[in-house]
Design a protein around this ligand. Structure first.
Ligand code: PEP
Length: 247
């Protein structure tokens, strides 16, 4: 059975002191996890985190990557810069990037491509808004979002991670039911299977108010291979409970 992946998304939270305390508590409690673990941290803290997670089972992730390789792009962070800090994964297309920064499917595909070109695994986020769900468009929306990254030049789709994050469940305390999540994951798996014979290898994460109380039921679904965890990744005891449930 493939290992599950639990990735924390700290969003724009943290400080040198808070990061230090959080990661030390994670390291103290994590033992030898039976799943893969990553934390996606704000870019200014990559150097700090690289040293804090060294020789631990915690992998480093970024929250975004530039579409550009280098040059006059003020404020941007390139894939090769992330690589300098031993970043293993980067989120691309998080709904907060789509919503507040106007990221399109095409932009997200380039970002995924940039990450792959330096050996960083993109965690491609897809998910429908509440209005789209209510209009019966969930399947069409996530299929369109996934289709944008399914044929990345020179790379096999099996090199990516996909996170299904219904926008209405992110940071709202309103989780998709295990059945709702599984239904969408099955759609995504079928779409991947049509593109590659390695679809089973691609981790499909669920994200959206995942917590210690709901994680077991979500991870019990056949096509849920892990979680992308926002709020609950900021408290060591909560995140450790989620990791423990993913063995
Ligand atoms: C996220 O930011 O990807 C997320 C899932 O957040 P939360 O767990 O807080 O809903």
């Amino acid at each position: 059975m493939k290992k599950k992946l639990i990735a924390g998304n700290w969003k724009m939270n943290g400080s040198l002191a808070a990061n230090d305390a959080l990661v030390r508590a994670l390291r103290d409690g994590i033992g030898q996890p039976g799943c893969d673990v990553a934390v996606a941290v704000p870019a200014p803290y990559l150097a700090q985190l690289q040293s804090l997670v060294a020789d631990s089972p915690i992998a480093l992730a970024a929250q975004d990557v530039s579409v550009h390789e280098s040059g006059a792009y003020t404020g941007e962070v390139s894939a090769s810069m992330l690589k300098d800090f031993a970043v293993r994964y980067t989120l691309v297309g998080h709904s907060e990037r789509r919503q507040y920064h106007g990221e399109t499917d095409a932009t997200i595909a380039i970002k995924a491509q940039r990450a792959l070109s330096v050996g960083i695994t993109p965690i491609v986020c897809v998910g429908e808004t509440l209005a789209e769900r209510d209009a019966g468009q969930t399947e069409a929306v996530v299929k369109r979002q996934l289709a944008a990254v399914i044929h990345l030049n020179g790379h096999c789709i099996s090199e990516i991670v996909v996170a299904y994050e219904p926008v209405w469940a992110i940071g709202t305390g309103r989780t998709a039911s295990p059945e709702q999540a599984q239904q969408v994951h099955a759609v995504l798996r079928a779409q991947l299977a049509a593109a590659t014979s390695h679809a089973d290898r691609i981790p499909l994460l669920y994200g959206g108010s995942m917590n210690a109380a709901n994680v077991a039921q979500l991870l019990a679904q056949p096509d849920i291979d892990g979680g992308l965890v926002g709020g609950a990744s900021l408290k060591a005891s909560d995140f450790l409970q989620i990791i423990a449930a993913a063995q």
